[in-house]
Design a binder for this molecule. Structure first.
Ligand SMILES: NC(=O)c1ccc[n+]([C@@H]2O[C@H](COP(=O)([O-])OP(=O)(O)OC[C@H]3O[C@@H](n4cnc5c(N)ncnc54)[C@H](OP(=O)(O)O)[C@@H]3O)[C@@H](O)[C@H]2O)c1
Length: 172
């Protein structure tokens, strides 16, 4: 990718799902640091350590799965089903999705948003003219952490990651 960058064919280089350890390793091997690290981030997977690390290195975090993720199509989504988020949403007159998007936005990171539904597209844009209160943020900080997407499909005896601990470098 550095060669591609050198040829003027890429403006910036980005990575995805990199832990602090993987970024640290990458930074020792490369001349051009990644501009962006795209990772799961939502009120139940707050990425506090990675957020601080990236800030210190000038790497922008782009959040995906800001509404949480399901391991299987019919599996639970712990973010959208969170009672704490539901209570905050009712109190603010917003939806759980808006509370999630707003929370991510307030973390000072960029976020990906996807919908094929016109009403939900409008809903997703309505996160700028209001804010979460200190109490809301405190309640969110107290929600137990859990990664939505375990990434077990990346784990294989024949691949570079033999376990989930190796895949995420213990950031589970
Ligand atoms: N790098 C990675 O490993 C990785 C992993 C996951 C995703 N991504 C990327 O991240 C981008 C965004 O994906 P995402 O899954 O994070 O998107 P998302 O915005 O969290 O949307 C996920 C699903 O939620 C529904 N949705 C959207 N807005 C909603 C709302 N306000 N209320 C209720 N449901 C809502 C959408 O369905 P409807 O269309 O029915 O509204 C959509 O299919 C995609 O380009 C994806 O490829 C990257």
């Amino acid at each position: 990718m550095e060669e591609v960058h050198g040829l003027g064919l890429a403006k910036s280089i980005g990575v995805s799902n990199f832990s602090c350890k993987k970024l640290e390793n990458l930074l020792t091997l490369t001349k051009i640091p990644p501009a962006v690290n795209q990772v799961e981030m939502n009120p139940l997977w707050r990425q506090e350590k990675l957020k601080e690390f990236c800030k210190g290195k000038g790497i922008v975090i782009t959040a995906y799965s800001t509404l949480g993720a399901r391991e299987t199509l019919s599996g639970p989504n712990r973010v959208m089903e969170s009672q704490v988020l539901k209570e905050i949403a009712i109190a603010r007159g917003k939806t759980i999705a808006q509370v999630c998007r707003r929370w991510v936005y307030e973390q000072g990171v960029t976020l990906l948003v996807k919908s094929f539904n016109e009403e939900r597209m409008k809903e997703n844009l309505d996160i700028f003219e209001w804010e979460l209160s200190k109490e809301d943020l405190k309640k969110i900080d107290e929600i137990p952490q859990s990664r939505g997407l375990s990434g077990d499909f990346f784990v294989s005896d024949d691949g570079p990651f033999k376990s989930l601990a190796e895949l995420w470098d213990g950031e589970l």
